[in-house]
Unconditional design. Structure first.
Length: 286
């Protein structure tokens, strides 16, 4: 099987053009490939010499379903589709007969692209044995307040989610009690979020090798249990929590009835890969 790729990293675009995309449809194989990519992202993976975290699913966006035989100029294509993006990468495959074969090629040769936490949206197009997979990060659209105000909004979204029984992957969770805001956890979350943004990394382990529990303990938070969810590229608390709920591991942390408190924060750094980062630190005090 012959596999080709084209990758572009483009600057931010400010677009006034509006094009309807409602006529674009996603075929069975295209939808299956998106589902397979999201299932792959939902578990920690080894990719080359590095490992990835469990990642939220990518949103299917028909504006990114670019024909494999279409333009090779991604910036021009994004302009025509009225997709205001910060970064975009495209994978072109020639040879896979179906979504399963295409996913095998992606895992073998392009795991770093589909496991990049900065990407939020995906589009897939197939013509015969030619495929194009486009992953993109849009411009930030949310008008955010300071980190404490948005952290409190994230707490409200988390508590709204905890009111509803749900399945996190194959694990059922009953409705859970609301969490209360904890200023110590919020400060720890803010420090870690700023570190991820300013130092351009995405991990629960910071650059000094400290875990979420280490950071909470150093801040004087005595706990029975600690947990952390992080996110990148999503620009509102609602989008962040929706992404976590769609990811089994993040969902299980969010719905865990043992947690009693939460602190959360976001940070923005235009020079970083993802642009915006979030941390929610869950705790059960001693």
């Amino acid at each position: 099987m012959r596999v080709l790729s084209s990758v572009a990293c483009l600057g931010a675009l400010s677009l006034g053009l509006v094009i309807s995309t409602s006529a674009l449809a996603i075929s069975g194989d295209e939808a299956q490939l998106i589902e397979s990519i999201n299932a792959y992202r939902s578990q920690a993976q080894r990719c080359g010499d590095a490992g990835s975290l469990e990642l939220p699913p990518l949103n299917s966006d028909t504006r990114l379903a670019l024909s494999p035989e279409g333009t090779r100029d991604l910036q021009q294509a994004m302009t025509r589709a009225a997709y205001p993006m910060v970064n975009v990468q495209a994978i072109s495959l020639s040879g896979p007969r179906d979504a399963k074969a295409a996913m095998s090629a992606i895992e073998e040769s392009f795991c770093q692209v589909v496991l990049d936490p900065q990407f939020v949206d995906i589009g897939v197009s197939q013509e015969g044995r030619d495929w194009r997979i486009v992953l993109a990060r849009p411009l930030l659209s949310g008008r955010l307040g300071d980190w404490q105000a948005e952290g409190q909004k994230l707490l409200q979204e988390v508590n709204a989610a905890r009111k509803i029984p749900r399945q996190c992957g194959g694990q059922p969770f009953a409705a859970a009690a609301a969490l209360s805001w904890n200023t110590t956890l919020a400060g720890v979350a803010a420090n870690h979020t700023r570190a991820m943004a300013n130092q351009n990394f995405f991990d629960h382990i910071d650059r000094d090798g400290r875990t979420p529990g280490d950071r909470a303990e150093l801040a004087g938070y005595l706990y029975q249990q600690i947990g952390e969810n992080i996110a990148a590229g999503r620009d509102t608390p609602r989008k962040v929590v929706d992404g976590w709920l769609a990811s089994p591991g993040h969902c299980a942390t969010l719905m865990n009835p043992d947690y009693r408190e939460l602190g959360a924060a976001y940070a923005v750094d235009p020079k970083s890969d993802a642009g915006i980062y979030w941390t929610a630190l869950f705790g059960s005090p001693q």
